[in-house]
Design a protein around this ligand. Structure first.
Ligand code: ADP
Ligand code: ZN
Ligand code: ZN
Length: 807
């Protein structure tokens, strides 16, 4: 019997979506281990590619298949990059998210591990072709970049390769390089160093100092060279002499890049909890060692973060580690500081705002068990923590937890899997839980923990809904209503701060009547129609209904219809003209593109270097500034017109979040919401801070319209360079699925996607609504296999479970 390795190869295609068996070279028999990356020959050409070892099996040498086995070429890592838990998770997730396992494995690792291939041509035999000969210019091999060769040259190269004069091969570059600096390591023991000293002349004072220093070190201890030079006032020359005389060795030393290095973090102590906080904490702590999911539903400012911190502390005290997920880069700096101030260097941070190197270093600190607490955005859910005792997911309703490219996973599902694996509680926190989560808590699947009051009984901010239909009647059109402008002036006088949010969701993609707020609806689906400028029509993305762009409002016959939406820059100019004395900070994608810009702006605002913070949705979350007493929402309705059943839920969540930024300290807060739909229930109930009624009303609508959480949804999207093929294939897929799925499954489409053509490809989609999971995963994975993604130019299919967007 011989041990063979099961390897998932780096070829994202369905027929390679199961492990291949490889022989292990004898010298590497003890090196190749589970979770290690290897280089293996693959395919007919035996090109070398990367793979992950995901298991082992035994094979009989007499077995017929034995002779066909190929052999692992080499290993890329000297120790595994993934452990057993993450490998098991990848297998489950690939199936669950309709993705290739290799794609999942790669998503789990920091991007530094994502190998890049270089292709090379090696001359084996004498090459006679003068052109090709010139390319090689006397070298044995050259890099092959197909974009740089003409078809004629490529044809010649192919011929030479067939004849055996040329070899074509791939090389995997390992990008994962640790940052190093020089260290000093003693090579002699105390006595030997003392002996060396006796041989020194009197003048060699510095060398004597060096010897004394080396005598303070333990055998094998490495100390940073620059530190030694500075502390003992030694020169490079002395170190070099020491090395020459065999006293010490200069060795490379790994250093970590610390993403929080530039923050001065004051340690903080646990606060005395308020009764609701204490009750929530007790429940979470009591569940230690169980895979219990909690929904911590607490209004903005109710002190959820303090509960998270103390629950994590409890977990650490039990010798287990804790994982905390936060929605996006935007709010992580503030949150990170809060966590770091409690747990110090035990905390690792993982989010996309870090440089590749920083991310890699943090990942290694976790993997080595040096960091016991991880705070990060979506992909941090794959942090290589061991022995997880608690998982927290703050703002669990946030859509950024769902990845919108392959693998299309939701961090919540992954968190739940890991919570099961480690038997650790999972805490989902939110002021406005997603309907799915809240419905599960209602049924008792999750345990509901409520924190209905703000800390110190601070009152919720008062919310004024400003009817913009009335405002535009008053005078020249303006982004700012009279009441909001007055309130802004008032804050300037008092020296308090304001936050203004311009909602960019659905920016100019739908049409609305300025007189009555009417948004064109699909007659079949009760969902807003999307404006298509390319075809000059209004389309429904669920059922395919299409109609012309109206010239008058079907509701009130007004001609004041137009697309909705304004840019932040334009609003900033307008605001400058209206309030010339106000200091304005504009925060949007443009002004925060540079690394660290976001954080810098928030710091400046926190230091009261500006009076007004104007921004897009990114300012709605996590800000906690005591001087902010006014929040203005410039256009509450843009999201309402979107052709998506989530529209009301997202609007309610956004308004609640942004309103929560006001009046968080001693000063009471006030919120102005400008809207053309003042009576819409999402706006009215956000004004009343009434999540409970919103939940009930929205659940009724979802029930009637057969949407989640009553039905599950899947979005299938097919694309092709040829529009006819995309449409035909999707129709065919629809028929194929209808035959295999239960009769109560609802099919919508195929319809063209809202942006029907992207990068020359045409997109068609089908939405499936279903009640029971049963065979679904199996059927869809089979479909994925049949609709083999055959490359860039062919038809491509993606399957998205519980899509965040239907556009
Ligand atoms: P949430 O995350 O629920 O919006 P936070 O955790 O940000 O709320 O808490 C709001 C504010 O209340 C923060 O400034 C926090 O420091 C403070 N806070 C939280 N818990 C307590 C407590 N038990 N005693 C005093 N202040 C608290
Ligand atoms: Zn429709
Ligand atoms: Zn109208």
């Amino acid at each position: 019997m011989e041990r063979v390795a099961s390897v998932i190869v780096d070829v994202p295609a369905m027929q390679t979506n199961q492990p291949y068996s490889y022989l292990i070279p004898v010298p590497l028999a003890h090196t190749v281990t589970l979770g290690m990356r290897v280089v293996v020959p693959f395919g007919r050409g035996n090109r070398l590619i990367q793979g992950f070892v995901v298991g082992f099996s035994e094979i009989d040498r007499q077995d017929e298949t034995y002779t066909h086995l190929k052999m692992i070429q080499t290993v890329l890592d000297l120790k595994p990059v993934l452990n057993q838990e993450l490998i098991s998770l990848s297998g489950w997730l690939a199936h669950q998210a309709y993705a290739f396992q290799i794609t999942v494995l790669q998503a789990m690792l920091p991007s530094m591990f994502r190998a890049k291939y270089k292709k090379f041509l090696r001359s084996i035999d004498e090459i006679n072709d003068p052109e090709i000969k010139q390319m090689f210019a006397g070298r044995d091999f050259i890099e092959y970049d197909e974009t740089k060769f003409t078809p004629e040259q490529v044809s010649k190269l192919t011929k030479l390769q067939r004849e055996g004069s040329l070899e074509f091969y791939y090389e995997v570059n390992n990008q994962a390089k640790a940052k190093t600096k020089l260290g000093i390591k003693p090579l002699l023991d105390f006595e030997q160093l003392e002996e060396a000293r006796s041989g020194l002349t009197k003048a060699a004072h510095k060398q004597s100092v060096l010897l004394s220093f080396l005598q303070t070190l333990k055998s094998g201890q490495v100390v940073a060279k620059d530190r030694v030079l500075a502390e003992y006032e030694l020169s490079e020359a002395v170190i070099t002499t020491g090395a020459k005389k065999g006293w010490l060795a200069k060795v490379p030393m790994e250093v970590y890049r610390d993403p929080m290095a530039h923050h001065a973090i004051e340690p903080s102590q646990p606060l005395t909890l308020q009764p609701h906080q204490q009750a929530a904490l007790n429940a979470i702590n009591a569940a230690a060692g169980e895979a219990q999911t909690f929904l911590l539903e607490g209004v903005t400012g109710s002190g959820k973060t303090e509960v998270y911190l103390q629950a994590m502390q409890h977990t650490l005290a039990q010798g287990r580690s804790a994982l905390m997920l936060v929605p996006e880069i935007a709010l992580t700096p503030q949150m990170m500081i809060r966590v770091r101030s409690r747990f110090g260097r035990q905390v690792a941070v993982l989010h996309s705002g870090l440089s590749i190197g920083e991310r890699y270093d943090e990942w290694r600190r976790i993997e080595r068990g040096e960091a016991k607490v991880v705070v990060g955005a979506r992909s941090a859910v794959f942090a290589p923590l061991d022995n997880i005792g608690l998982i927290i997911m703050d703002e669990e309703h946030e859509t950024t937890y769902k990845q919108d490219e392959n693998p299309r996973y939701h961090a919540r599902d992954v968190a739940m899997w890991r919570s099961q694996y480690y038997q650790a509680p999972l805490v989902l926190g939110s002021a406005t839980p997603s309907l799915e989560t809240r419905a599960r808590a209602q049924k008792g699947v999750y345990q509901l923990l409520m924190m209905p009051e703000r800390i110190n009984n601070q009152i919720m901010p008062t919310v004024q809904v400003v009817d913009m239909r009335e405002e535009i009647k008053k005078g020249p059109e303006s982004t700012f209503s009279e009441p909001l402008l007055d309130a802004l002036k008032d804050r300037l006088v008092k020296g308090e701060q304001s936050v203004l949010m311009l909602n960019r969701r659905g920016f100019s993609s739908f049409m609305m009547c300025r007189d009555c707020g009417h948004v064109l609806q699909c007659p079949n689906c009760d969902i807003g129609l999307t404006l298509h400028m390319d075809t000059h029509s209004m389309k429904c993305h669920y059922c395919g209904h299409e109609e012309g762009i109206p010239k008058v409002c079907p509701n009130c016959q007004s001609t004041a219809i137009r697309y909705y939406g304004t840019g932040t820059q334009k609003v900033e100019q307008e605001l400058h003209a209206l309030l010339p004395e106000a200091r304005i900070l504009r925060m949007d994608l443009d002004t925060t593109r540079k690394k660290g810009a976001h954080e810098k702006m928030l710091t400046a605002f926190g230091a009261h270097e500006a009076d007004i913070l104007l921004g897009t949705q990114m300012i709605a979350k996590g800000l906690d500034f005591p001087l902010v007493t006014l929040v203005g929402v410039l256009n509450a309705d843009t999201g309402l017109g979107l052709p998506d059943f989530h529209a009301a839920e997202r609007t309610f969540q956004l308004l609640t979040q942004v309103a929560g930024r006001a009046g968080r300290a001693d000063l009471p807060g006030e919120v102005y919401v400008q809207t053309y739909n003042p009576d819409h229930y999402a706006i009215q109930l956000a004004k009343a801070h009434d999540y409970e009624h919103f939940y009930q009303q929205e659940m009724q609508l979802r029930h009637l319209a057969k949407y989640p959480p009553y039905y599950f949804t899947i979005k299938l999207q097919g694309s092709d360079l040829d529009e006819r093929i995309a449409a035909q294939n999707m129709s065919q897929i629809g028929r194929w699925l209808k035959k295999r799925l239960p009769a109560d499954t609802i099919f919508l489409g195929p319809t063209p996607r809202s942006i029907a053509r992207i990068k020359q490809r045409y997109y068609y989609q089908i939405v499936i609504k279903y009640r029971h999971q049963n065979q679904l995963d199996q059927v869809l994975n089979e479909l994925l296999e049949r609709a083999q993604n055959a490359g860039h130019n062919a038809f491509q299919l993606s399957i998205d479970r519980e899509p965040v967007s239907f556009m």
